[in-house]
Design a protein around this ligand. Structure first.
Ligand code: ZN
Length: 423
């Protein structure tokens, strides 16, 4: 978390504000800045001349007035790393491929929403033509723009001291970093409202064995940046939804679940991004659900769907963010085959775990998702949860594939007149 603004920076901030208050007051820029916690965003925004995307703009674009039917909120999906380079890996499974698959799934879901316009930077194999062309034709512009932003931001924040980057992904080679700045610059020039950067996590560990951490984490721009307030509001919705089905990372440096970071290029380092920008680490690359070749695509699609529902939660101002509310797993996978035991198809086990989560019995009492993850593996956690569900409904003498149990789970999964209050 941040220390409060230092006196020396405050003086600088007030000086800048004094010079610029006439041009700023009453504008959208000012209304955004006035909501930021430290106010240092004003100095940065003013100095660099960006037009940060405000919450009121997003609301306006998402729910258009009848006179402006063409308005849509514009979302840029940015699968992390590059088509054939970068990112972490484990046992031949590459982050850059998995996040590209999430990107395709996410685009497919977001495109169902008439109020959104969705673009993506790349497929698993290549940059989309618009980005390939942009990097080609505007390389020097990107470099100049980045250097300018850096100089201004460093001059303004030097008095505050520097903070170490907190993220393992931070070390990008200069060309990769320049392309990442290029994505932000393009987003600024093309009225993008929200950037979603998709990643899978890792940390320094022995390459041959799985790590000890699990779970997701969201990174957002730090409070001194103008795109912090809008990002934070959207990230809160996304976080609440993802936390219904996934562990929050148990890495000690990230355990808050939503982390603000001033150094991440993706979320607008040096105050470069006008759009809200969230970097999602969906989990750790070595987690079994990403390693299982049968299950993987279903898990990635489910994560994309949960992300979509998280945005819908924001726009519907949903206060009922519970596992069964607003989430319909049959959009992702049709589960029609009973689970018999641990040898069943891991997709069917995963679906059964989904139903158990929706029923509120998974993870079992006293456990969390780090203890009992949603991985399609039939183990003690699933057995305990099944027993709890059967007990609640007075089902006796049945295994997981029993007729009454399966009928109940199907009812929950397909949301057939089932409500938690009937428990
Ligand atoms: Zn990554």
């Amino acid at each position: 978390m941040h220390s409060p603004i230092k006196p020396s920076l405050l003086v600088l901030f007030l000086l800048l504000l004094g010079i610029s208050s006439v041009t700023l007051s009453g504008t959208e820029v000012w209304s955004t800045v006035s909501r930021s916690v430290t106010g240092a965003g004003a100095a940065l925004t003013d100095a660099f001349g960006g037009t940060p995307v405000t919450l009121s703009k997003i609301w306006h674009d998402y729910i258009p007035l009848p006179t402006e039917p063409q308005k849509k909120m514009r979302v840029l999906v940015v699968p992390g790393h590059e088509p054939a380079d970068g990112g972490t890996s484990f046992k031949g499974v590459y982050e850059r491929d998995l996040v590209a698959e999430i990107g395709l799934d996410l685009q497919a879901y977001l495109q169902q929403d008439q109020q959104l316009e969705t673009l993506s930077t790349r497929t698993p194999d290549a940059w989309t033509p618009v980005f390939a062309q942009y990097f080609n034709e505007h390389w020097q512009d990107i470099v100049t723009w980045r250097d300018q932003a850096k100089t201004i931001a460093e001059a303004l924040t030097a008095v505050e001291g520097t903070r170490a980057p907190k993220i393992y992904h931070a070390s990008a080679d200069p060309e990769v970093a320049t392309r990442l700045y290029g994505i932000t610059k393009w987003a600024n020039e093309n009225n993008i409202d929200l950037m979603l950067h998709l990643h899978l996590n890792d940390y320094p560990r022995r390459k041959s064995s799985a790590g000890i951490y699990s779970g997701f984490v969201l990174y957002i721009p730090s409070e001194e940046y103008a795109n912090n307030p809008t990002t934070k509001a959207l990230a809160n919705s996304l976080f609440a939804r993802l936390a219904q089905y996934n562990p929050i990372t148990d890495h000690e440096d990230e355990s808050l679940g939503i982390i603000d970071d001033s150094e991440l290029i993706a979320t607008g380092a040096h105050n470069t991004a006008d759009a809200a920008s969230i970097l999602i680490e969906y989990g750790y690359i070595y987690e079994p659900q990403f390693q299982d070749p049968t299950l993987r695509s279903l898990v990635l699609r489910d994560l994309a769907y949960q992300t979509h529902v998280g945005l819908q939660d924001f726009f519907s101002q949903n206060t009922d963010v519970t596992p069964a509310h607003g989430y319909n797993p049959s959009e992702v996978y049709r589960w029609d085959t009973p689970v018999t035991d641990a040898t069943s198809d891991s997709k069917d086990i995963y679906a059964m775990q989904t139903a158990l989560i929706m029923a509120g019995v998974y993870p079992p009492q006293g456990k969390n998702f780090n203890d009992c993850p949603h991985t399609g593996i039939f183990g003690p956690c699933t057995k305990t949860a099944l027993r709890a569900l059967q007990q609640q409904h007075s089902i006796v003498g049945e295994g997981p594939s029993g007729g009454q149990t399966f009928a109940l789970l199907q009812k929950i999964y397909y949301k057939l007149g089932y409500s938690l209050s009937t428990l």
